[in-house]
Design a protein around this ligand. Structure first.
Ligand SMILES: [Zn+2]
Length: 544
């Protein structure tokens, strides 16, 4: 396994860590976050009146207008479209037409039609209302390509104009964050090589983590894609006309003419061997009909100009998603509103308080600060991804992203986890900032989650912007209080449920500390003569 945390490990094991004595604020800090203000923001954003702030809903529009009004009151400069704070985004919501999905294997000897929902799953197309593709099929292992990890599942096969079959998941020996990034790039790898269809194959290993039946239950949700200013859906995968997810128990016809059986391939996986790509000598037809609907939802952007004549054209970017998942469809419950108090009314409140602190600080930061609330995080980081594709300031001038998502403000945390801190020089800024408040920097307690690839900073990381994203750690200051347990309980009982609401025992004092640290991080970056850099050995240093 590749060791990727050298600097992070060094940070954690040397004197750079904060001492554990409790300090409310560093002596020299002139500004501090305010608990009452955080509470006021959070209670408005998480109120029932906003109905869960779903992308494109009236409730989310009201949340966005609230953020605009706050930015205006603070005197931030509008940084959206046409001199406004709004960056208005059009989205396409696509749904599969009932009964339209087909999957047929032609083995030469017979035609085998698979059963939708039982043997294969298929989502809608964002590109066409009617799509159909028939092509020969090539098996490509996990479908991964990485020079760094010595992977090329497309070696010596031509997939141009063909449908690829790839195993879901990835080799167990890939580190989690890098593996998650590669995993999310599989369709792109196929598209770049001219494939016209992608079949992902469920595996016995996957069945143990998430049974095929469970995936089938979530099948009906519509998918959302951003549209470019001229109305085109994100074109990354346009030549992929068909795609499906296939249960391995239904995959036999695909391997009817193959020299190696699927069982032998699964046996190779068990022995951690890499299955080789080969032509399956069958043809598959996939077809579907999709319905498209256009919705609109805004990002909100404001700038505090920097004070240094040379550095003010560079930006430190704070992000927090203002959307949540809206109303629940589960009518068995009395409360149907997913208020998203921790997800992410809390993060937006921290963003607004951070903006106020920068505005009211005695000294303006040298670099400019860009505050951005993004929409459609819950639909796949779409608002952030749109901004990263169509930024309202030059992307190369964004020196760093500090992301705020779901700070669980339910206990006096004694440590923070800083996703991304081991990949760039931002790790030093975080350790320094947290240390000022007597907060330790801990190692990621759940690396298997690859959280670094799962929030709004990730689209910026993919464009080369170093990023850091703080989470409250698993150690609590209070006697008899177990941070990890409280965090885990929140995740198990309230995450993405109507009970993520203001009736939770929210600890606004913890919010103050969390905000102060995030403020200090941004301030340090804004005033540092050097801009942050990726560490040379980081996988994320040079992605595209
Ligand atoms: Zn969420």
């Amino acid at each position: 396994m590749r060791i990727r945390t050298l600097v992070g490990v060094a940070l954690l094991s040397t004197g750079l860590l904060a001492c554990t004595e409790q300090a409310a604020a560093p002596a020299h800090a002139a500004v501090s976050a305010d608990a009452k203000t955080l509470q006021a923001h959070l209670e408005f954003l998480a109120s029932d009146a906003l109905e869960g702030r779903d992308t494109g809903s009236r409730g989310h529009e009201i949340a966005a207008q609230y953020i605009v009004s706050e930015f205006k009151a603070l005197g931030l400069q509008p940084a959206g479209d046409d001199g406004t704070y709004y960056q208005r985004i059009k989205f396409r919501r696509s749904s599969l037409k009932e009964g339209s999905a087909n999957f047929i294997v032609d083995t030469g000897a017979e035609q085998v039609e698979l059963e939708f929902g039982k043997e294969f799953l298929m989502g809608p197309s964002a590109y066409a209302e009617k799509s159909e593709v028939t092509a020969p099929v090539v098996f490509v292992g996990y479908g991964l390509v990485s020079e760094e990890f010595g992977l090329n599942d497309y070696a010596n096969v031509d997939v141009d104009g063909k449908i690829v079959v790839m195993l879901s998941g990835r080799p167990a020996d890939l580190p989690s964050e890098e593996g998650a990034h590669l995993n999310s790039s599989k369709t792109r790898f196929a598209a770049e090589r001219g494939a016209v269809g992608v079949i992902s194959l469920h595996t016995p290993a996957r069945e143990e983590v998430r049974p095929f039946k469970v995936s089938a239950m979530y099948q009906r949700a519509p998918s959302v894609t951003w549209l470019s200013p001229d109305g085109e859906p994100n074109l990354a995968y346009k030549n992929i006309v068909g795609s499906a997810y296939l249960d391995y128990q239904a995959a036999e016809p695909l391997f009817a003419n193959a020299a190696i059986s699927l069982d032998e391939i699964f046996a190779q996986l068990e022995k951690e061997e890499q299955p080789k790509p080969f032509e399956l000598a069958v043809a598959v037809t996939m077809s579907r009909a999709s319905e498209h609907e256009e919705i609109s939802s805004p990002n909100v952007a404001g700038i505090l100009p920097g004070s240094d004549p040379d550095l003010k054209d560079e930006f430190v970017l704070y992000t927090a998603h203002s959307d949540h998942i809206g109303m629940t469809q589960d009518l068995s419950q009395d409360d149907h509103i997913n208020n998203g108090a921790m997800d992410n009314a809390s993060g937006v409140s921290v963003l607004l308080e951070t903006a106020r602190m920068f505005v009211e600080a005695e000294q303006a930061p040298k670099r400019s600060i860009l505050f951005l609330s993004v929409t459609a995080e819950e639909r796949g980081l779409l608002g952030a991804d749109y901004f990263a594709h169509f930024p309202t300031v030059p992307l190369q001038q964004i020196v760093a992203n500090v992301n705020l998502d779901m700070p669980v403000l339910l206990y006096d945390f004694a440590d923070v986890i800083a996703f991304g801190s081991t990949h760039s020089t931002l790790g030093e800024s975080v350790a320094e900032a947290a240390g000022q408040y007597g907060i330790e920097l801990s190692e990621d307690p759940m690396p298997e989650q690859a959280i670094f690839t799962r929030s709004d900073h990730y689209p910026f990381v993919k464009k080369g912007v170093p990023a850091v994203f703080l989470m409250t750690g698993f150690t609590a200051k209070g006697e008899g209080e177990n941070g990890g347990e409280i965090w885990g309980q929140f995740f198990a009982e309230h995450y993405h449920r109507p009970s993520d609401e203001t009736s939770l025992p929210i600890n606004y004092q913890a919010g103050v500390v969390f905000t102060n640290i995030n403020y200090e991080i941004g301030k340090t970056i804004a005033n540092d003569p050097e801009r942050p850099r990726w560490l040379p050995d980081s996988f994320f240093a040079d992605l595209d």
